[in-house]
Design a protein around this ligand. Structure first.
Ligand code: G6P
Length: 372
């Protein structure tokens, strides 16, 4: 066991540190020498992908948050409407799906029964189904029309970490491939994004190298009863994933919110000392997202919240309102989740460890849930 953990105290810690490799391996071999994406391995008819007029991502748990990130990227790059739905909700609400719909099932294990049932339902409606899955030979890719594998390697810890980053990476590949096929983007734009993607493993490593401060704060917070997470745009699913990790690993009440929703309700939760993580988008991004979230931080700080801010290197605007800044390397807005989620994973794992909990086998959870 100790050898399998590669010198780390838990599979969770090991898998968090495996993430640069998981992303690099998921990118490997998916472009040709000219930089064109080649995903023939999916074994899906290109004409089907050209005629798709809607994508529905179905998944559960962490995989569903990867689906949320996929929505932002695919809609932006390909101009195809993308819905994301929890697989168990999709199946039972009579969804509008037809032969021009691509249903993308995201699953680490490939065995989640809720997700499998959603795939079966989609097929019955005539949709084309594509599985983004980590486990070869599993049921979901076998029953789907096509498969795009993530190459995260075996994930042992129950709560998902490296598979999540690999799922997001695969979703970017799918989005760029669709954009290439459908002519939404010029080849040089696609190769520029691919070049940035290939730099992400190194940047994830930098986030890991800087994580000591996150661990220190997590240990100080071992008695915390409740933590809130705010994010906007792709930072929103990151905030929800941060909250999920903390629930799963540390059994702490945690909620992720869209930062813009704060004034519509959650701000009532803010009282002196309430810890709030805020995932801040790049100040170099196009619109006014960054300044909006900075004013959110200001608002909650004014009400006494303890603000734990995840921001890009060089973002000075957040500093006056942050109790702590955890900085991540610069990236384009859409790719940032590969970086910003990492401190949240480290935080949850460290806090749980400080509470003496088993981070690899949290109570009541199963690695793959094979019942509906
Ligand atoms: C279980 C696990 C979660 C996981 C979810 C989906 O609930 O505890 O960590 O995110 O299933 O699993 P899948 O294998 O479909 O990604």
């Amino acid at each position: 066991k100790a050898a399998e953990k590669g010198g780390f105290r838990s599979f969770m810690d090991k898998e968090i540190h495996d993430q640069p490799q998981a992303v690099a391996d998921t990118l490997l071999g998916r472009t040709d020498t000219t930089g064109r994406l080649v995903l023939d391995e999916m074994r899906i008819d290109e004409s089907v992908l050209r005629s798709v007029d809607k994508i529905v991502v179905v998944a559960c748990g962490t995989a569903a948050y990867a689906g949320h990130v996929a929505k932002y990227a695919i809609e932006h790059w390909c101009r195809i409407p993308v819905e994301v739905e929890l697989a168990h909700e999709f199946r039972y609400r009579d969804p509008v799906v037809d032969d021009r719909t691509l249903v993308v099932a995201v699953s680490q294990s490939g065995e989640t029964m809720d997700t499998l049932m959603a795939v079966r339902h989609a097929k019955e409606q005539g949709a084309t189904t594509l599985a983004i899955v980590n486990t070869h030979g599993s049921t979901i890719p076998r029953e789907s029309d096509a498969a795009l594998y993530t190459h995260a390697g075996p994930e042992i810890a129950v709560a998902s970490t490296k598979a999540f980053l690999a799922q997001i990476t695969a979703a970017y590949l799918l989005g760029l491939y669709l954009a290439q096929l459908r002519g939404n983007k010029f080849p040089d734009e696609i190769s520029a994004i691919m070049a940035e993607l290939r730099q992400m493993p190194e940047k994830i490593q930098q986030v890991l190298d800087r994580a000591d401060r996150v661990r220190e704060i997590a240990r100080w917070m071992a008695d915390t009863q409740s933590v809130l997470f705010l994010g906007r745009h792709v930072g929103y699913p990151v905030a929800m994933e941060g909250a999920l990790k903390l629930k799963e690993l540390a059994y702490i009440h945690a909620e992720g919110f869209a930062a813009g929703e704060l004034k519509h309700g959650p701000i009532a939760l803010i009282e002196p000392g309430q810890p709030v993580f805020v995932v801040v988008p790049s100040p170099r991004g196009r619109d006014s997202l960054h300044s909006k979230i900075v004013s959110n931080i200001q608002e909650i700080r004014a009400r006494g919240a303890r603000t734990l801010v995840i921001a890009e290197d060089g973002d000075e605007a957040v500093v006056p309102y942050a109790d702590e800044v955890f900085s991540v390397p610069q990236s384009s807005t859409l790719l940032a989740p590969l970086l910003t989620v990492v401190p949240l994973q480290v935080f949850a794992a460290e806090l749980a460890t400080a509470k003496g909990l088993d981070v690899d086998q949290p109570r009541n959870l199963a690695k793959s849930v094979t019942v509906e």
